[in-house]
Ligand binder design. Sequence first.
Ligand SMILES: Cc1cc2nc3c(=O)[nH]c(=O)nc-3n(C[C@H](O)[C@H](O)[C@H](O)COP(=O)(O)O)c2cc1C
Length: 353
Amino acid sequence: MDAFSLLGPPLRLLDPETAHHLTLWALERGFAPRATESDDPLLATEVWGRRFENPLGLSAGFDKDARVMAPMLGLGFGFVEVGSITPRPQPGNPKPRIFRLPEDAAVINRLGFNNGGIEAAAARLKAFRQAAVPGLVGVNLGKNKDTAEAADDYAHGAALLAPLADYLVVNVSSPNTPGLRALQGRGELEDLLGRVMAVLPDPAPPLLLKIAPDLTAEDKADIADVCLAVGVAGIIATNTTIARPEGLKGKARGEAGGLSGRPLFDPSTAVLSDLYRLTEGKLPLIGVGGVTSGADAYRKIRAGASLVQLYTALAYRGPTLVGRIKKELAQLLREDGFETLAAAVGADHRYSG
Ligand SMILES: Cc1cc2nc3c(=O)[nH]c(=O)nc-3n(C[C@H](O)[C@H](O)[C@H](O)COP(=O)(O)O)c2cc1C
């Protein structure tokens, strides 16, 4: 996808996946704008004992193979999440498999975990760690399409990549791998997370679960219970949606896959808010889905997010979006009298009783 207008408007004329490859190619070669201003101290926050200079992160899927962590941190993100990474390399679904819905500021993708596998990613992550670039990197784990026993893949990924990750994510919410989202059911989730926790080295990075927006009330209650019971460190809400909200205008709206971008903002924020309530604010949450402005990031934080991520808006708004969101967010926090970012987390739940 045309991650941003790094190469100028002609990227928009290319099909989204070609444009994305070109963007990664350019980023790897250093053709990346760099944030020049240091972060407003009001945006700094500590989560899982780690200091984030700002709470805005790049969500999974942009840098599936851990190729451009340093340039993306250089744009001003406080953290970058790479992946989803599967144990073995796999090609993903047939192309075309990414579709722009420009009228809706949205994207539909059905990539199906195309990635170069753990070994290649581990080598790049090792080199990145040796370079001691400031900023945090999370590693998002998936499963290969043809693996019958899903837990084997997640356990394998967790054991190998834990030493290289500031946090690990078990992603059971992508809509493009058959059977994956069924792992969000209570029994499946208990087994899966138990297996992954058992292989983590000591010390281990925090283990997070990434969930879908398309969940019943019972699913959400089960997820909250299981996460608290097995000692998961946090939850990422949410992945893309298989729903097609009323009013989508983009010609591609009928394509199969997961919808991201603006139409996902409300449903994903509702799930985030539910999870904050169900976990009684005990687990740090990462809010993601449709964030396009500082006001959106602020709404996620007030709904319960300790950290916020985005992907799709970057493709439409370009790299200056990162600085803009941070500036707006700091201003909104100040206007409402918050002295720290952490004080605003979940504020909506407290003030609405
Ligand atoms: C092209 C594309 C690929 C994605 N790939 C992944 C992935 O591999 N793993 C994952 O957990 N989420 C993936 N996502 C989901 C995003 O990380 C994010 O949860 C979702 O897009 C909502 O955020 P947004 O509206 O800001 O894009 C992908 C999203 C897009 C648009």
